[in-house]
Ligand binder design. Structure first.
Ligand SMILES: Nc1ncnc2c1ncn2[C@@H]1O[C@H](COP(=O)(O)OP(=O)(O)OP(=O)(O)O)[C@@H](O)[C@H]1O
Ligand SMILES: [Mg+2]
Length: 455
């Protein structure tokens, strides 16, 4: 049974009609008092709750009811309904444990989708939380490119398998190089949207002026440089998943535009005022602390709740050292295959050495270290000194570069790039920024000097 709480009789009857038609069993009550009676005696599957009862306009009564429900029935998901102007109320509600909020006047499809997501998730929660083991996980899910069997990683894969089939928005957090993008892809690959597009957008690289035409698209002639029609990322991602990478870098003025689309699942192409509908699942990632950013008002709180129904935190590599030998072997085999070379082996001392490095650049750093060591040493058995020299070489190169010892300009440039790659753990956008060149210019140089990098 789904409980509807709203003081407006017209709203109650239209919601009842809508839910019945969608195959649910609704029961409607006019206010908090009746709602509490129901909640004390039965366990609804879900509660759809108005926040603005006529008695007070502040919404205090709604928040109060929500808190009571959360105490009596902590596991029942609650979806709040608020007026557009009262976003702060919705935010308070989310803090008090609401599952989602819908603004009035509501859109039937969005409402039903939110209800289904909430019900799916609470089903998943009920299923016993037995820890996943790797063999079972691989039998049931697609996690092929994700290597590791440490407890922290299995935890992450467990969460991914539970939430992937729902439409819930997911925020993936974790340091640079911990595999956020890989996990975003796995969420898509294990969802019912797997055959539809997975569209990645790097919000960090988008200036405010580019944001709109990139995300929404434009019609020819919409502005001076719009020579042809362009399809935006939202439209490309329709029916699939949009991956909003580096969401913490998004400027405030763009945040509000993003919020609109996520809220209404509609947007307008620049130069064309007809609103278009999209059906997208949103997965975002950041290596920044969005909660802190909300406190300092550099990230909108309402957007934070919108993208963050579920958080998946990826542990740093130093918190899952058990996986290092597996990962190193995996990257080495891949590198051998790409270059058509025989497989290499690691001495056990080398594996111990690799396990005790600090890895500020996490898995990306390990990958680069293994690949560099293989290329430079050319050996089939890799030992501690081989890794050591590659690990330390970045420091030596800094000294060499600064003394200019007989280096050509090209050599200097190459060393500078290598040094920046190490300093930024292989993150190409950071390297490009640090060197003051565009990503494209960086790619050209990487190619010129034959420097191997991922992405
Ligand atoms: N568990 C894993 N198994 C195999 N490869 C992995 C794993 N985790 C990460 N990688 C690899 O490490 C590299 C970095 O991963 P990814 O790009 O997903 O990190 P990220 O968290 O998005 O980093 P950033 O914050 O810098 O964007 C990629 O080459 C990815 O394939
Ligand atoms: Mg990434």
């Amino acid at each position: 049974m789904i409980l509807i709480v709203d003081d407006d009789a017209a709203v109650r009857s239209s919601l009842t009609f809508l839910l019945k038609r969608a195959g649910f069993e609704p029961e409607a009550v006019p206010g908090p008092e009746d709602a509490l009676v129901v909640v004390r005696t039965t366990t609804p599957q879900l509660i759809l709750m108005d926040m603005n009862f006529t008695l007070t306009t502040t919404g205090e009564e709604g928040i109060q009811l929500l808190r009571q429900v959360k105490i009596l029935q902590p596991d029942v998901p609650v979806i709040l309904m608020t007026a557009w102007g009262s976003i702060s109320l919705a935010v308070q509600g989310m803090q008090a444990g609401a599952f989602d909020f819908i603004t009035k006047p509501w859109n039937n499809l969005i409402l039903l989708k939110s209800i289904r997501t909430a019900l799916d998730l609470s089903e998943q929660k009920k299923e016993q939380k037995t820890p996943l083991n790797r063999t079972d996980a691989d039998r049931k899910f697609h996690f092929d490119k994700i290597i590791g069997q440490s407890v922290p990683l299995l935890d992450v894969l467990g969460t991914v398998s539970r939430i992937a089939p729902t439409n819930a928005s997911v925020l993936i957090t974790g340091e640079s190089g911990t595999g956020k993008e890989l996990i975003a892809e796995a969420i898509h690959a294990n969802s019912s949207r797997m055959k539809e597009p997975f569209v990645k957008v790097n919000l960090g690289g988008l200036s405010q002026s580019l944001f709109e035409s990139e995300m929404f698209g434009h019609k020819k002639g919409a502005f001076t440089d719009a020579y042809i029609d362009r399809m935006g990322r939202f439209e490309m991602a329709n029916k699939g998943t949009i991956f909003l990478d580096e969401i913490g870098e998004l400027e405030l003025s763009c945040q509000v535009k993003l919020l609109r689309v996520l809220q209404d699942q509609t947007f307008e192409v620049l130069g064309d005022s007809r609103p278009r509908k999209v059906d997208i699942r949103v997965v975002s990632a950041t290596n920044r602390n969005l909660r802190e950013m909300v406190k300092t008002r550099t990230f909108r709180e309402d957007l934070f709740y919108r993208v963050n129904l579920i958080t998946i935190h990826l542990p740093a590599l130093r918190e899952r050292k058990d996986d290092i030998p597996l990962l190193a072997g995996y990257f080495a085999d891949k590198q051998s295959m790409i270059n058509g070379l025989p497989k290499v082996r690691f001495t056990s001392e080398a594996l111990v050495f690799l396990q005790q490095l600090p890895y500020p650049g996490n898995i990306r750093e390990l990958k680069n270290l293994v690949e560099r060591t293989m290329l430079v040493s050319g050996k089939s058995v890799l030992d501690v000194p081989d890794f050591e020299s590659q690990y330390l070489s970045s420091d030596l190169k800094i000294q060499a570069a600064s003394s200019f010892n007989g280096m050509t300009l090209d050599e200097l440039e190459k060393q500078t790039i290598l040094q920046a790659l190490t300093a930024h753990a292989g993150n190409l956008s950071h390297v490009a920024t640090a060197l003051g060149i565009s990503r494209a210019a960086l790619y050209r140089r990487l190619e010129k000097y034959g420097i191997p990098v991922d992405k």
